[in-house]
Design a protein around this ligand. Sequence first.
Ligand code: ZN
Length: 242
Amino acid sequence: MSFLDGENDKFSRNRIEECPKCGCRNSQEIRSVFKSDFSNLDKVLDGSFFDFPCEVCGTIIHHVYPFLYVNYNKYVTIQFRPPYTTDSNAYYKKVLEHTENIRKKLLEQTKSTNRKIPKTKQVTTLYDLKEAIFLGEDSKINAKYLKNIKSDIAYQSGLVKRNVFSSNLYFIGRDLDQLKLQTNTDNEVISIPITLFKQYQDKYITKKNKRVNTITKAYQVLVSVVVIAFIVLVILKKIMNI
Ligand SMILES: [Zn+2]
């Protein structure tokens, strides 16, 4: 038994959703928590988990609701909140409650180990969620400079010519020595070698270091000027006194 086993079932309930075509009231099972080992997680992440047919006319109803994603082994908690969720949304309140409870349990669990629990990330789209899961669970990928690196990838791979920009790209996983990204324009998955990712990353790390070096040098020069001016003043004062 792993930590909090069976929590997926405990957090499920039903909600009534009206069919947009015939107006019939349909019951949708909603879950406020999805664990990393949930059997249908792929469907949750591609959105198809939230599709269900109207019992009367068969129209596919798509209703995505707020939930909490939890990976207990990696101490990752991510709150998914679609943009139209309001704070008065009863299900959203439940999700917030569960977030609190689960974080409390995680804290209790880690008290003896002194392990830090990362903050609960908040995301509003399933693409962001996929990326947040990947970044939260893959300790080897540094989340810094991702926006710049995505921009490089979009230009270098010719995606920009097809109107796919850095803001349309999401890191979603790794496959051996390749990193996988997905576009939110047509769900295309592209791969780049990790070595190329590191090259892009090094470029920004070096740039930042250079900037820090310039600031350090400017500071050193300023200190030297002040020290020299002080010495000159002291000497001048002595000469004047004589
Ligand atoms: Zn219907």
